[in-house]
Every structure is written in structure tokens, then in C-alpha cells.
Design a protein around this ligand. Structure first.
Ligand SMILES: Nc1ncnc2c1ncn2[C@@H]1O[C@H](COP(=O)(O)OP(=O)(O)OP(=O)(O)O)[C@@H](O)[C@H]1O
Length: 259
């Protein structure tokens, strides 16, 4: 459903993301693994057409045979949300701190779909329940929710628009175990039951292994390795991936076959 061809990001003096190509099919999940500064967020922003001068973006992102770079801002707003859902690491940026969660959800739903307020409220409530929040949270301000609850509310907002592909940029980093489980299980269930496609960005190899079938490893803005999870876990070739695996073993998060 999405085809990325030689996507690159640079400034006048520096290459921040070297040309990268990959496809994601319906119902497929791909992981992007890399350390801080590897270019993971740069990739997600370029995919969503959210970068502007002085950053220069080259290459193309094709969604359902449509090149996103030629779309108007209005068309892009529709693609972002209805087709491509974006879950950032810190969803505080999604919500206006001074307005109630439910009001913001209803507004977003109605900006993307022709629906009544009542119907949008029903969708918002159902979405909140899906992430194991309660109906009362609909009436809360963002600051009244804990960080983990707010991250779940962010997921609810994204899923209330029923996107076909979710781009999740470190969606569970620094969250408690319970919230992490709710978010990861929801993504996997949507993939299994609704054919959701997922681009899962993380520096946590144990999480990425559970979530995806194929991985791209980024280092200094360059894809240094790619392949299926099974293949890469058993025969990593880049030093970057080897060090990720070594780190995981040292932390005792799991036993690797190549240990
Ligand atoms: N607006 C910008 N102008 C110039 N360079 C930038 C800009 N934004 C980010 N960078 C640089 O691009 C590189 C990649 O940054 P990016 O935010 O994509 O890393 P990341 O892998 O997402 O890291 P993290 O996990 O810490 O978020 C870094 O060297 C960063 O300093």
C-alpha cells in the first residue's frame, strides 16, 4: 500500500537520510531500528511530507499509486489521518492542553469524515474503550491524565480515523509495562483482524522483534542492514545490529540464538 523510492533528506551541507527504498503491503509490519540520531524521525517526517526548508527531501512516497509530493495541503491532511496514522513518541504534542480530550477527538473525527457530532462522540468513546480508558476520560483535560493514559488517548485518536497504515515512532518508549502491553497488543490485533499495516520505529530490539516481520537498521542516516526478523536475529551482518543484539543479551532481556 505504500512504496518508498529513494527517499532522502539533506541540508545544504549534510545528508541526514541517505536514499532509502522499501514497500509495505496491506497487513504487513516493518520495523525501523536505530540509535538516537540515526534518522528514524527524519524518515517518518519525510514519509508524512512534514519536512520543509531548509531541509530538502528527494525521492517519492507513493500511497495507493498516488505520489504524495504532488498533493495539495488539503489532500495531504486527508491522507494523514485517514490513510496514514501517526503515533509520535510524545503525544502531548497532539493534544491542545486547554481543551478536553473528547472535544478534540470529535473535532478531529469530523474534520476527516462527514458525520454528526453524536456519531463522532460514539466513535471517540469506542476508541477510548479500545485502549482501556473509561468513558469519563472523554471529559478530561490532557493534564488530568497520566503520561501512559495520554499516550493511550493519542492512540485512540489515531485509530478513531481508521487509518490503513500506522507510523508509530517509539510509541512505547519510557512507558510503564501495562501501558506498553495495551498499546502493542492493540496494534497487533488491528493488524491481525483489520489488515492494518505498521511501520514501527524503535531503538528497543526486544519490542521490535515482537511487532514486525521485517526490519531496516539505520545508522547515521543510512540503512546498514535489512531483512526478515528471523534472518537478522540469527545472522546479523552489520556492527550496529550486532551491538544491539549484544546489548540485549547483556541486559538479559532474552536469549538470542547467536548468543
Ligand atoms: N531540522 C533539522 N536540521 C538539521 N538537522 C537535523 C534536523 N532535525 C534533526 N536533525 C539531525 O538529523 C539527524 C537524525 O535525527 P532524527 O531525529 O531523525 O534521529 P532519531 O533516530 O529519530 O533519534 P531519536 O531516537 O533520538 O529521536 C540527527 O543528527 C539530528 O541532529
Amino acid at each position: 500500500m505504500i512504496e518508498v523510492n529513494n527517499l532522502a533528506v539533506k541540508t545544504e551541507t549534510q545528508m541526514l537520510l541517505e536514499p532509502l527504498s522499501f514497500c509495505i503491503q496491506k497487513g504487513e509490519s516493518i520495523g525501523v531500528l536505530g540509535e538516537s540520531g540515526a534518522g528514524k524521525t527524519m524518515l517518518t517526517m519525510a514519509l508524512l511530507q512534514l519536512l520543509s526548508s531548509p531541509l530538502q527531501v528527494e525521492g517519492s512516497v507513493i500511497v495507493h499509486d498516488q505520489d504524495l509530493s504532488v498533493l495539495s495541503n488539503e489532500q495531504l491532511r486527508s491522507v494523514r489521518g485517514n490513510t496514514l496514522g501517526y503515533v509520535p513518541q510524545n503525544v502531548q504534542a497532539i493534544f491542545d492542553p486547554y481543551r478536553k480530550i473528547g472535544v478534540q477527538m470529535v473535532e478531529t473525527i469530523r474534520a476527516h469524515e462527514r458525520t454528526t457530532k453524536r456519531e463522532a462522540k460514539r466513535t471517540a468513546m469506542a476508541s477510548l474503550r479500545e485502549v482501556q480508558l473509561k468513558d469519563e476520560h472523554y471529559h478530561f483535560f490532557p493534564f488530568q491524565l497520566s503520561g501512559g493514559m495520554l499516550q493511550r488517548a493519542g492512540m485512540a485518536l489515531v485509530f478513531s480515523l481508521q487509518p490503513e497504515l500506522v507510523i508509530a515512532d517509539e510509541p512505547t518508549t519510557a512507558l510503564d509495562k501495562e501501558t506498553k502491553t495495551v498499546i502493542l497488543e492493540l496494534l497487533l490485533r488491528k493488524q491481525r483482524e483489520e489488515g492494518l499495516s505498521i511501520l514501527f520505529v524503535s531503538h528497543e530490539i526486544d519490542v521490535i522483534k515482537k511487532m514486525v516481520t521485517r526490519i531496516l537498521v539505520l545508522e547515521n542516516g543510512k540503512c546498514v542492514e535489512r531483512g526478515s526478523v528471523d534472518q537478522l536475529m540469527n545472522e546479523p551482518s552489520s556492527d550496529r545490529l550486532k551491538s544491539f543484539l549484544h546489548y540485549e543479551v547483556v541486559l538479559g532481556r532474552g536469549t538470542m540464538k547467536n548468543d
